[in-house]
Ligand binder design. Structure first.
Ligand code: PMP
Length: 770
């Protein structure tokens, strides 16, 4: 037994009348001992030699204050001496007198000892802290206004100690957080009301009780960091710890923030500061650890949170400040009582009332997405999904450069093409510069349906003819005219309209599961095309044009046979028609090798239509055409679209081109696409359900079959796979006439790590459904 333990044993005996085992616990400065006496356990706290008595008095007063509230039991009880004193002085054997005090031992497990933390556990911490702060609001003590490095209001000290972080990238990271704190957060924090807060909900101070899903925060110890500060600092610190560790940090952060807010509502300004303050706390943790490590290289306890704090900072960096802040703010926007308006069930119920029955939702368990960043989406519970499906956010969800360009344009002027506008002409010139020279005119619209509608009118204006050749299963839009040329729609079992008599459907040259397969199939499709063209001529008519998707998407992510379009385009032109390429899904570098989808077929369309990705979600579509076609159309009435080519839309389009260049996204699509193709081919060796893998860049299809020889579509299995992947937080779609083709078409930010993650989850999901 050490001298100090002997001194404690004597004190316990003399002052408290207690006798028992003494065991030391780890701690930062003060010495804590567990005392096992008869059937009870206690903690004896022996303060450092220079500890002020008022500092202990503050903690004792706070514990007693909480002990008198509805929260009695969540904090240790202060045990007084036989003479009624809450603390004692004792000689520590080293010549110093130290303050000691005795507390009851809290039941439960330390949160730090749990293997995994879940959102419900985080929520219970938020709830406990919210209730605690309600109680502490009426607590006061002069020392609450002391200077403390863990007080978020005083985080300015970090900027003086950046040099202690030796690694330059990390130092720059902390410098950025610290600079924002000084510039923006500190003044905002200083303007908020302050009261006593606990200020230290780290995993070494939070006790949990219960089991499995019922695990919840049941106790708090160590009130030594109490301070008078804006109360948002309380959940901010708790979030910094609860978000450390793997598996959905954001979900835990959101759960904790929401629960705190429900227990003790934050103002809008407090809620807005919560997420940024989490990063400030993490910066304090890593800066402090760096300093301590330099001074005390052997004390592991001092730097125990350092590595997880860095990991969390990197994770938050990957999410991006905007998405993190939006998710946390949204969590605090709820009413004090959870609003029935916000649950998924109620959203579905409201949707049933206002939306049409044939407006569908993805997945058996539909998603309530509230934010996105790059190729990640976040739902209302803060759960993150890997987006392997959405191409509209071409350069990544909520890309700041695009958001900024549109916002600035909207805040300046958003008008139309009846006025001279640089932004319109700049964008038009930039787009035309990326196209073959014969496409020299361009019109902007607000949807691809509208663009295809115009393409149809162009064909008729240029040829004076009315008949159109269309490819089976293709889709060109939701307007009346676009529907008429979309076999995917009029061919649908539920369609009210058959194909109009001026529409002639050619087979989709799918050499894997179409009517002609394997060697010689391409020629057979071409022969059939010739026959259909002949049918039009036999009726004494000529075609206005032929339209198809460059790589048919809803048709099943089909790669047309080499040379197919070139050959049929020549036939169409010989018959007097024009050739329209619908490049809505495949344009803008998605295929990796080519900027335009039709380049894959080495053909030259007369009209090209783009949509979806152009504005990164801002409504923007385009039709490029040859000069003669434009001239023929210009002989008709004025063409005007109110929103087509608006200043804000053109600003969005130009910003997308900027990002494509700056982030080299076409080259990335090529590289990531090759990684995906290799990985998928490897999966095909192990999973017999994979019948075919096809596509280029970030436009890929995986054809799922029940039997490789017969190639019958694994429709039911494909649906199960898609839903299983959704459960694994990976979002894909299905395409093809039989809905058995996995559609891989993510934002162009999709990188090697995302590809790896996708392939791993797909491998697991394939095993799960087999
Ligand atoms: N063409 C193709 C190939 C498409 O995929 C779509 C949309 N899915 C459209 C046209 C119509 O686009 P929008 O919904 O923007 O009108």
């Amino acid at each position: 037994m050490t001298a100090i333990e002997q001194a404690i044993r004597n004190t316990l005996n003399d002052a408290y009348g207690l006798e028992g085992d003494i065991r030391r616990l780890p701690g930062e400065y003060d010495l804590n001992f567990v005392i096992k006496a008869a059937s009870r356990r206690f903690v004896f706290k022996l303060m450092r030699a220079d500890c002020d008595v008022p500092f202990v008095e503050m903690q004792i007063a706070a514990l007693q204050h909480v002990g008198r509230s509805e929260l009695a039991g969540i904090v240790p009880e202060v045990i007084c001496t036989k003479a009624g004193a809450p603390m004692v002085m004792l000689a520590d054997g080293g010549g110093d007198q130290r303050v000691g005090w005795l507390l009851s031992f809290l039941p439960g497990t330390l949160m730090a000892e749990l293997e995994a933390w879940t959102p419900p556990l985080a929520a219970s911490i938020g709830n406990l802290l919210g209730r605690l702060d309600r109680v502490l609001e009426s607590f006061d003590h002069p020392l609450l206004d002391r200077v403390l490095k863990w007080d978020l209001r005083q985080a300015g000290w970090i900027s003086q100690h950046l040099d202690s972080i030796s690694e330059p990238t990390r130092r720059a990271h902390i410098k950025q957080i610290s600079a924002r704190f000084v510039r923006e957060l500190k003044p905002r924090l200083d303007a908020l009301p302050r009261h006593a807060i606990y200020n230290d909900a780290n995993d070494m101070n939070v006790f949990v009780s219960g089991k499995g899903d019922q695990l919840e925060a049941s106790g708090l110890v160590d009130f030594g960091d109490m301070i008078r500060s804006p109360r948002v600092c309380e959940p901010a610190i708790a979030l910094a710890y609860a978000m450390m560790g793997p598996a959905d940090p954001l979900a835990r952060g959101v759960a904790l923030a929401r629960a705190y807010h429900q227990a003790f509502p934050l103002s809008n300004e407090e809620a807005a500061l919560l997420a940024p303050l989490v990063k400030v706390r993490l910066a304090i943790t890593v800066a402090n650890a760096a300093i301590q490590r330099a001074e005390n290289p052997h004390n592991r306890y001092l730097a125990v949170s350092e590595a997880p704090a860095w990991r969390l900072l990197d994770y938050l960096d990957a999410i991006g400040d905007e998405a993190f802040e939006a998710a946390i703010r949204a969590a605090c926007m709820r009413e004090v009582e959870p609003s029935p308006r916000a649950t998924k069930t109620s959203l579905l119920a409201r949707r049933r009332i206002v939306a049409l029955g044939n407006q569908s939702l993805f997945y058996e368990d539909p998603l309530h997405i509230v934010s996105g960043r790059k190729h990640f989406l976040h739902d209302a519970d803060g759960v993150e999904y890997l987006d392997v499906y959405n191409n509209v956010p071409h350069v990544g969800h909520a890309h700041p450069h695009v958001v900024d360009a549109v916002t600035r344009q909207m805040a300046t002027i958003n008008t139309n093409t009846r006025y001279l506008q640089e932004v319109h002409l700049d964008y038009a010139e930039r787009m035309l510069a990326r196209l073959p020279a014969h496409l020299s005119k361009i019109v902007f619209l607000s949807s691809a349906s509208e663009a295809n509608e115009l393409a149809l009118r162009l064909a008729r204006a240029a040829t004076g003819a009315r008949d159109m050749l269309v490819m089976d299963h293709c889709y060109h839009g939701n307007t009346t005219g676009a529907m008429d040329i979309s076999p995917y729609k009029f061919g649908h079992a539920k369609s009210l309209n058959a194909a109009p008599d001026w529409v002639h459907v050619v087979a989709q040259p799918d050499v894997y599961r179409g009517i002609h397969r394997g060697a010689g199939a391409a020629e057979k499709y071409i022969d059939e095309f010739r026959k259909i063209l002949g049918n039009i001529e036999r009726k004494g008519r000529k075609p206005a044009g032929f339209i198809c998707e460059c790589l048919p998407s809803v048709g099943g992510q089909i790669v047309l046979p080499p040379g197919y379009l070139n050959t049929v385009y020549a036939m169409v032109r010989a018959a007097g028609g024009i050739c329209i390429a619908d490049d809505v899904q495949t344009g803008l570098g998605r295929l990796g090798h080519w900027f335009c989808g039709f380049e894959q077929q080495e053909c030259m369309p007369d009209v090209v239509v783009w949509g979806k990705p152009l504005g990164n979600g801002f409504p923007l579509a385009a039709v490029a055409m040859t000069r003669p076609i434009a001239d023929a159309f210009a002989r008709g009435p004025e063409f005007f679209a109110t929103f087509g080519g608006s200043s804000a839309a053109c600003a969005a389009g130009a910003a997308v081109l900027d990002v494509m260049n700056d982030e080299n996204l076409q080259a990335r699509a090529l590289k990531t696409g090759e990684q995906l193709l290799t990985g998928l081919a490897e999966l095909a060796q192990r999973h017999a359900i994979i019948g075919d893998v096809r596509g280029f860049g970030l436009f890929l299809g995986v054809d799922l079959v029940r039997d490789r020889a017969r190639r019958d579509a694994a429709t039911v299995e494909a649906r199960r796979l898609m839903n299983r992947l959704r459960e694994k937080r990976v979002l894909v779609g299905l395409e093809g006439p039989e809905n058995n083709v996995l559609k891989i078409r993510p934002p162009m930010s999709f990188d090697s790590a995302a590809a790896e993650q996708f392939l791993t989850r797909l491998d697991e999901a394939l095993a799960d459904i087999s």
